[in-house]
Write a protein that binds this ligand. Structure first.
Ligand SMILES: [Zn+2]
Length: 251
């Protein structure tokens, strides 16, 4: 089993004005000796309960010369060359989702165990926004919306989801630097609004269905081609509405 090619539902794209997620897992450099799966293993989706929020701590002033893909590749290579945890290096970029310039990239299989938060990688999905938000950078509106969309997307594929946590809540660090409590509050607001829109839409669809059926019956009753049986049937069906409509002052 893999969880690849996450695709945002159209209502999230419409609501937040974010572009569709791009899966670049296969395009990024991976450690030829050790993929994340080989180095650290693959998790069961039922064990993934927590979304961990990160920044990548690369100050934007130092990275403007790179395209998104170049920067993600550079980060992957930095991690592959890091032999702190294993003599063969890390698997590649440690985040499952990485965001930059308002765009959302899937950078690992959600099930792969990567090194996002030391000692806490058996149950976490790592979502990262590029930049250094503790000292230098400010989260843009586009990145903040992309982050909310990514959180909602990941949440929807985790059957046992429990919480969104900042990296710093799991381990002492400055990551993610940005106001993660506001992001979590925004996600809740968006979820509620989407739920409401869904119920509104459903109610409207049912109302139109009723109106269409009544029109159909009226047309059947009126049509010159209709057999007598059909004419009687449609008339009876419509007449059954009479007590209800009278009671509500509609007749
Ligand atoms: Zn972090």
């Amino acid at each position: 089993m893999t969880i690849r090619n996450l695709q945002l539902p159209s209502e999230i794209i419409a609501k937040l004005g974010v572009p569709q997620i791009e899966d670049i897992v296969e395009k990024l450099p991976i450690n030829p000796q050790n993929s994340w799966a080989r180095l650290a293993g693959v998790r069961n989706v039922n064990d993934l309960t927590t979304i961990a929020l990160h920044h990548d701590a690369y100050p934007k002033a130092n990275t403007t010369k790179y395209t998104d893909f170049q920067l993600a590749s550079n980060m992957a290579i930095d991690h592959i060359n890091n032999t702190k945890y294993d003599a063969t290096g890390e698997g590649g970029i440690p985040y499952h989702i990485w965001i930059r310039n308002g765009r959302i990239y899937q950078t690992n299989d959600i099930l792969d165990r990567t090194y996002g938060v030391s000692g806490q990688n058996g149950y976490t999905v790592h979502i990262c926004v590029s930049g250094e938000y503790y000292k230098t950078d400010v989260l843009t509106d586009a990145d903040s919306k992309a982050l909310c969309a990514a959180i909602l997307m990941v949440k929807s594929v985790l059957p046992n989801f429990q919480a969104i946590k900042a990296h710093k809540e799991l381990n002492p660090t400055d990551c993610p630097g940005y106001d993660y409590k506001k992001i979590i509050a925004d996600v809740l607001t968006i979820e509620n609004q989407l739920e409401y829109a869904k119920s509104e839409e459903h109610a409207k669809a049912v109302a139109f269905q009723i109106a269409n059926q009544i029109l159909y019956l009226a047309n059947l009753l009126n049509s010159a081609d209709t057999s007598d049986g059909n004419r009687i049937w449609s008339r009876e069906m419509l007449l059954q509405l009479q007590p209800f409509m009278k009671e509500r002052g509609l007749l």
